[in-house]
Design a protein around this ligand. Structure first.
Ligand code: ZN
Ligand code: ZN
Length: 302
């Protein structure tokens, strides 16, 4: 539960960070009148909403299982990630719209150096926070934190592109460069948004663990199933931080329920130690259910 607290705290902290970054970007836009900086600030409003959504989803996903949701609420995080991905796509559409207008009426910036410096500061705060979110999202297997971090990273890319474009526009006096770069960045954001949505869809569709992880689980079961004859029909699914694992364990028909249960508990203990947040279900069967010929050296996984 210590991890759960950390994830919730990270999500909550994202809200003031998003507000601070938005405020800085808006000041940068206000000083310069740049349409690219306006788009950059606009994208930050999405962050504030998204940070709220992620915090709510994480908070909700931590709720213990209840009568209506006996497997828990872990998938709530995927909704936040889908919502966030949709907002990213919406932001890119808004930026393209703004950039299109600026392309038809190009103009140079006011107070460019001061404005760009403030935007650079906002981008630096975003970058630091995004790296922290992605790192912790991976560590604690939180799709909402991960999506939040990736989203912020696309913002950093936006800001970097905007800054480079505006410096180039000032140096060359070519004002149309500003909106043109904004469009390229919007397309990049669009791609990021799709990736966030796709990951969440995989989770909502009960994606299993990676192939190597499945092999690791099979090896753990085989190595600790002494007394059993065989294991088969391994199925896994990932729901946010939780990995559901189930399989059949074939034991001699004459084995007592008590003995079979000892074997199950032994396997469960090792799996719990090796795989974080595992939920394990083992179905015990008599030997006529075995799929492989008898083997005396090891407990095979069919
Ligand atoms: Zn079976
Ligand atoms: Zn039991």
């Amino acid at each position: 539960m210590e991890n759960a607290k950390k994830v919730t705290r990270m999500a909550k902290m994202s809200i003031p960070v998003a507000i601070l970054v938005f405020a800085l970007k808006y000041v940068a836009y206000h000083l310069t009148g740049s349409v690219a900086l306006y788009s950059d600030a606009l994208e930050s409003i999405v962050n504030i909403i998204a940070a709220f959504a992620a915090w709510w989803a994480i908070h909700f996903s931590m709720k213990p299982a209840d009568k209506k949701h006996p497997f828990g609420h872990h998938k709530a995080e995927y909704f936040s990630a889908v919502f966030e991905g949709t907002l990213i796509i919406l932001a890119s559409a808004l930026i393209i719209h703004q950039a299109w207008g600026a392309l038809n009426h190009p103009r140079m910036l006011d107070q460019p150096i001061f404005g760009l410096a403030i935007n650079l500061a906002a981008a630096t705060i975003n970058a630091a926070w995004a790296i922290l979110l992605i790192r912790n999202g991976k560590k604690y297997r939180s799709p909402a934190l991960d999506a939040d971090g990736r989203h912020l990273m696309t913002d950093v890319t936006t800001s970097a592109g905007v800054l480079i474009g505006l410096v180039a526009a000032i140096l060359t006096g070519w004002a149309a460069l500003d909106p043109m770069l904004a469009i390229i960045i919007a397309l990049h954001i669009l791609w990021q948004g799709w990736k966030v949505i796709n990951t969440s869809i995989q989770g909502l569709m009960d994606v299993g663990v990676e192939a190597e992880e499945a092999i690791r689980i099979r090896n753990i079961v085989s190595a600790h199933a002494e007394g059993a004859i065989e294991a088969h029909d391994l199925r896994t699914r990932i729901a946010g931080r939780i990995t559901f694992i189930e399989f059949h364990l074939v034991v001699p028909s004459t084995m007592t329920v008590g003995h079979a249960h000892i074997i199950c508990d032994r396997i469960e203990d090792v799996l719990h130690n090796e795989i974080e947040n595992a939920r394990i279900l083992i179905h015990v069967e008599p030997e006529n259910e075995a799929k492989l010929p008898p083997n005396t050296t090891a407990v095979p996984f069919a």
